[in-house]
Design a protein around this ligand. Structure first.
Ligand SMILES: Nc1ncnc2c1ncn2[C@@H]1O[C@H](COP(=O)(O)OP(=O)(O)OP(=O)(O)O)[C@@H](O)[C@H]1O
Ligand SMILES: [Mg+2]
Length: 369
């Protein structure tokens, strides 16, 4: 071991030893529109408390899909966000998503652990958008399937994506302990907030993260994730359409969409643009749902839960209810989680509830020993 490596490893041991906070981790969600960080503590009664939260907006096009475009701007925003978080915890769990990641349920023939592992590799290879040797794959068992085999859920990501997100967070001075998939972080919060209601046998729920660059569409049945799809439409699609049709820049378009004319009213022509994009989005959603319904014996859903900044689009929840013919609600972590009133102000609560879920889910991961 070179002297530098020895020094580094000692430094790491010392900082581990000196670590005095709750043995938690900072959840870092680098979304297209903003970085969000959260810190969550597991209470002795098993419930969660949101200890710290912060978000910092990113400039236009800082990341595109899973590729980092504006490195310096992201590092600056990460540092600013961490400062605003006000935490002494330097361990992070960073989330990734995008075309070089995969979440999929696989039906396998089953057998010994080794046989199942081989089957996962064989099967996963067909769906991975990159050569299997370039990726990290993990899987968890769901249970036996009707054909006598086993079902598993695999999570995979291209190593270069994992490395680039890990490196950029580490350059902002946090120590990355875990890289997780954003969708699985959202799922964590969904399971905690909804509790037993979603776990009963025979119940089928839709869970969606309506972000800026994409929508994560998930179906949760009998207490497990059974279907996942990333739809390439999100809030940014509306913003870009406002830019194009109104001849304004990104920031102006975001502001027209969110704040409207300054007195809280969204102008008629903006509503029209929003509705045009929603039509396309709903058509895509309907295709996805029809595909799923036709490949299973399902007929209806027991409920739909939404999260993400684009849940705030005026009229979206109602339109979604009509499309899905089921009750639609926005996931609210505060329903079951308490929060530290010294660090989190009342006027942050709403934003955290719809934009912070992914960061909260990432922060719920415990630090590996
Ligand atoms: N009040 C609002 N009305 C309409 N849209 C909104 C509102 N507030 C936020 N948004 C939109 O929500 C999106 C940001 O949501 P979110 O923070 O969940 O996305 P992200 O995590 O940055 O993106 P992604 O997950 O796709 O990378 C933006 O497109 C923003 O314009
Ligand atoms: Mg997001």
């Amino acid at each position: 071991m070179s002297s530098k490596n020895i020094l580094d490893s000692i430094k790491e041991k010392i900082s581990d030893f000196m670590y005095v906070g709750p043995r938690g981790i900072v959840g870092v969600d680098i979304g297209l529109s903003a970085i969000k960080m959260a810190e969550v503590a597991l209470q002795s009664d098993g419930s969660y408390k949101i200890v710290n939260y912060a978000s910092v907006n990113l400039p236009e096009g800082a990341i595109i899909e899973d590729e980092i475009q504006k490195e310096d701007e992201i590092i600056k925003a990460l540092q600013e966000c961490f400062k605003a978080l006000g935490s002494s915890n330097r361990f992070a769990c960073v989330g990734i998503s995008g075309p070089n990641t995969l979440i999929k349920r696989l039906q396998l023939a089953g057998g010994s652990d080794e046989e199942v592992e081989d089957q996962v590799s064989w099967e996963a290879e067909q769906y991975l958008p990159f050569p299997i040797e370039d990726g990290n794959i993990s899987f968890s068992m769901i249970g036996e399937n009707q054909g006598g085999g086993v079902d598993v859920i695999i999570g995979a990501a291209k190593k270069t994506v994992v490395t680039s997100f890990k490196e950029i967070v580490e350059r902002s001075s946090l120590k990355v302990k875990i890289v997780d998939l954003n969708a699985s972080a959202v799922l964590n919060v969904f399971e905690v907030v909804m509790g037993d209601e979603i776990k009963s046998t025979g119940k089928t729920w839709i869970l969606m993260d309506l972000g800026a660059q994409k929508t994560h569409f998930m179906i949760y049945k009998n207490g497990v994730l059974v279907f996942f799809k990333e739809i390439n439409i999100g809030g940014l699609t509306i913003t870009e359409e406002i830019q194009r049709q109104m001849g304004v820049n990104y920031d102006q378009a975001e502001s027209l969409k969110i704040q409207g004319d300054g007195s809280g009213n969204i102008p008629e022509e903006i509503i029209e643009i929003i509705n045009q994009v929603l039509d396309t989005f709903f058509a895509e959603l309907k295709k996805t749902i029809d595909f799923w319904l036709s490949s299973t014996a399902e007929e209806a859903f027991d409920g739909c839960v939404l999260t993400g900044g684009s849940t705030q689009i005026p009229g979206l929840t109602e339109a979604m209810e009509e499309l899905l013919e089921t009750e639609v609600q926005v996931l609210n972590p505060f329903q079951v989680m308490s929060y530290n009133k010294n660090n989190i102000s009342e006027n942050q609560i709403d934003e955290i509830a719809y934009k912070g879920v992914c960061a909260i889910g990432l922060a719920m991961r415990s630090v590996p020993k």
